[in-house]
Design a protein around this ligand. Structure first.
Ligand code: FAD
Length: 494
């Protein structure tokens, strides 16, 4: 974290950065003579740019970059990476989507942050293009890595289509969520967002523009998906689409018994076939202890949807008389978090610290997790300053060749402590996060972090487990000078 004022630091570090660039050419020269001419107007270091690039949704950490690239084309990104890679003193580069990370993952101390949204309205960018091959029943959208999922939703709905796998919140970039996994209550049935990508264009850490897919340059394809921005910048992703549902039956049930709550969740996600009519489309759980589920429907299923839901609910153990249901449009359902965001923004409560902790917990240990963490820490300390999500997913909807890390069990839970706090007391929640991890460790509960945050190489090795060697080899191949996404603090300790 910066102790000095942002502006003073910016000047100081800008000098450091320039001196690194010029030192490679022997005698000092102005920056403009060193960088590719076409980048000169696009690389800014004014206070607003530096402020944006050194902050994120977490509001807890700051890393001051030397400058910010506002690319006008994919080519600008290529040139920047090539320039760094070919320099004897390479500088770090981080793509920044919306900066919705919480621990500086999209920052680059002394390096260059690439402001991805600049590509959004550029003629040379990829934008969002929907392709339909009706005879083969094959639909997809080619989407720039900088695009927001909400825009992908609106563009695809114009064709009656939509991606099938979503995050809860849609104002995230495609490149940002594909670098993690992209999960929500649909994942149990449709897989994470990374499992719904046919092809990508990526600019590697060498500065090469590479098209990759499961058939072509597959090593890069699997590396990048869930790859925490370590292997390349995603500039286009081809996303699978399906006919969009029209409406949603959305039901919330209350529970007073954790075991019954998880038993019901596991039962409901076990019905998950793609063609299975009698399956839910979405399931999430919240502490204390309500579960919400949703089923999509349209004109063809209008008359059967209630009966299908009743059948699914038969034998479940929620508290009778405490179910709440809504009938909403598909868009309102997918965009459900937005109204909450706008309300918090209007109250000045959106831009506060967010010491979030997201964990994947193996199904066989969720009951221990309840005893050790929920009962011992969360309930006793009574620090509940935000939502706590608890819901299961199926491992067979994930592809293990990808970089994303999940527990080695057929079913595992995501537990998300989505804390908000005041500016002076986020450390208490962070201490609680550390205690949670320590208690899990002591109790032998093998959690994996989602949106991981570690400080040492040892911790990263432990996180990746069997995948660590492959992850390292891929890094050596695609970003040998360890330029990209230093804010993840894996190879290049930011
Ligand atoms: C309110 C809120 C709700 C959320 N809900 C969910 C949810 O439901 N499900 C879920 O899975 N996640 C969720 N997230 C987490 C979100 O997926 C991550 O923050 C993710 O990083 C996307 O945010 P972003 O697009 O702003 O990426 P950034 O934070 O800008 O970047 C994240 C990382 O990806 C790298 N990166 C960014 N763009 C690219 C690119 N084009 N190519 C390669 N690397 C890139 C960055 O360098 C950085 O390391 C939520 C976050 C917030 C703040």
């Amino acid at each position: 974290m910066a102790e000095t004022s942002p502006i003073a630091t910016y000047f100081m570090l800008l000098l450091v950065f320039l001196s690194r660039l010029v030192s490679t050419l022997g005698k000092p020269k102005p920056r403009t003579q060193l960088l590719p001419p076409k980048l000169q107007n696009r690389l800014l270091a004014d206070p607003d740019s530096i402020e944006l690039a050194s902050s994120d949704y977490g509001n807890m950490f700051r890393e001051i970059p030397a400058s910010v690239l506002y690319p006008s084309s994919i080519n600008d990104i290529e040139s920047l990476i090539k320039f760094s890679h070919n320099n004897s003193a390479p500088f770090t580069i981080a793509a920044r989507g919306q900066g919705h990370s919480v621990r500086g993952q999209a920052m680059a101390r002394n390096g260059v942050v690439v402001n991805m949204p600049s590509l959004k309205n550029q003629r040379n960018g990829f934008g969002i293009t929907v392709s339909t091959n009706l005879s083969m029943g094959f639909f997809y959208a080619d989407v720039g890595g900088e695009q927001l999922w909400i825009d992908v939703l609106h563009a695809t709905l114009e064709h009656g289509l939509a991606p099938v796998s979503w995050t809860d919140y849609l104002y995230l970039t495609v490149g940002g969520t594909l670098s993690n996994a992209g999960i929500s209550g649909q994942t149990f049935r449709y897989g994470p967002q990374i499992s719904k990508v046919y092809e990508m264009d990526v600019i590697t850490g060498i500065g090469d523009f590479v098209t990759c897919s499961p058939e072509k340059n597959k090593k890069l394809f699997y590396a990048v998906l869930g790859g925490l921005g370590q292997f390349g910048i995603i500039v286009r992703a081809r996303i699978a689409l399906e006919p969009a549902p029209k409406r949603v039956k959305w039901v919330r049930m209350l529970y007073n018994d954790f075991d019954a709550f998880t038993r019901d969740q596991e039962r409901l996600i076990s019905i998950n076939g793609r063609k299975q009519k009698n399956s839910l489309d979405y399931l999430e759980g919240l502490l204390l202890m309500n579960q919400e589920v949703a089923k999509f429907y349209d004109d063809q299923t209008l008359n059967s949807v209630d009966k299908d839901l009743q059948d699914l609910f038969e034998g479940l153990s929620f508290i009778p008389g405490f179910t709440f249901d809504k009938d909403v449009s598909y868009v309102d359902f997918l965009n459900r978090v937005r109204s909450g965001e706008l309300k918090l923004q209007s109250q000045g409560l959106w831009d506060v610290p967010h010491p979030w902790l997201n964990l994947f917990v193996p199904k066989s240990q969720i009951s221990d997790f309840n005893s050790v963490v929920f009962k011992e820490i969360v309930l006793k300390r009574n620090i509940t300053s935000g939502l706590v999500l608890v819901y299961p997913m199926n491992r067979n909807k994930w592809d293990d060749r990808m970089s994303a890390v999940i527990p080695d069990e057929d079913v595992f839970y995501t537990v998300g402590f989505l804390h908000s706090s005041g500016f002076n007391d986020w450390q208490a929640l962070d201490v609680q996060n550390k205690d949670i991890l320590q208690l899990c460790y002591n109790a032998g509960i093998e959690v994996k972090q989602y949106l991981p945050n570690y400080k040492t190489m040892e911790e990263w090795k432990n996180h990746f487990g069997m995948k660590w060697r492959t992850f390292q080899e891929r890094k050596a191949q695609f970003d040998p000078k360890m330029i990209l996404s230093p804010g993840q603090r894996i190879f290049n300790n930011n």
